[in-house]
Ligand binder design. Structure first.
Ligand SMILES: Cc1cc2nc3c(=O)[nH]c(=O)nc-3n(C[C@H](O)[C@H](O)[C@H](O)COP(=O)(O)O)c2cc1C
Length: 208
């Protein structure tokens, strides 16, 4: 009788614990107060649209801004970079980064910014995510594109950082290098981007 009672007690305790964890809100809907947290904003940008978004995010939440650079930079010519990226994507090639981030482990929250390239996550960002352990970190993707959307980019962030806590990302139309439209994040467009970013940060409950 005594055994039954104690095993029932254990079972009840386990149920209680499981019940508690089920009752918790999913990570995405919880508050993310940045007070006392170390924030990193790491981004890739060629024609500076994603860079402008990274700077707006930094203005709104603070943090350390780091641009990803390659050991061997991509060609200036648009068609040449499109071809090279298509080849790298097809072969799964991860280009070596020149950028080294000191003590990545000290950052709690990492914003990850990139353009859409060939409807995919750009190879340098694949390199970054593949070479760091992002376990337990809050990861927040953001993107610019020429109007064709995020493609598989946000999904690839999830695939390459499966143990990170990934929040809902932000995306906005940037330049159209193919049509000779390079930097657009100025004037009215910049204002719109600032407003949209503010609303997005509120939605994902990022507070200072
Ligand atoms: C190699 C390459 C591939 C691109 N592929 C796409 C694409 O598949 N879809 C899209 O909407 N835009 C594409 N773009 C356009 C960029 O995503 C867009 O111009 C973005 O705003 C550039 O960001 P940046 O100024 O930070 O470099 C591509 C640009 C480059 C250079």
């Amino acid at each position: 009788m005594k055994t039954i009672t104690s095993s029932m007690l254990v079972a009840t305790m386990i149920c209680f614990m499981v019940g508690c964890s089920k009752a918790q809100r999913p990570a995405d809907s919880s508050d993310h107060n940045l007070d006392g947290k170390n924030v990193l904003i790491v981004y890739l940008s060629r024609t500076k649209n994603t860079k402008a978004i990274a700077e707006i995010i930094q203005n709104q939440v603070g943090g350390k801004l780091v641009a990803l650079e390659l050991q061997k930079p991509y060609p200036e010519n648009y068609q040449a970079i499109v071809d090279q990226v298509a080849k790298e994507n097809a072969e799964g090639y991860l280009p070596p980064l020149k950028t080294k981030i000191d003590s990545l482990e000290k950052f709690d929250v990492i914003f990850i910014g990139f353009p859409t390239w060939g409807m995919q996550l750009p190879p340098p960002m694949k390199s970054f995510l593949s070479q760091h352990n992002l376990k337990g970190k809050t990861l927040i993707p953001f993107n610019t594109n020429a109007g064709y959307g995020i493609g598989s980019t946000f999904q690839t962030v999830k695939d390459l950082a499966p143990s990170g806590n990934i929040l809902e990302g932000f995306s906005i139309q940037g330049g159209k290098e193919r049509d000779g439209i390079f930097f657009v994040m100025e004037g009215e467009k910049e204002k719109l981007a600032k407003d949209d970013i503010k609303k997005w940060l509120q939605k994902i409950k990022i507070t200072k």
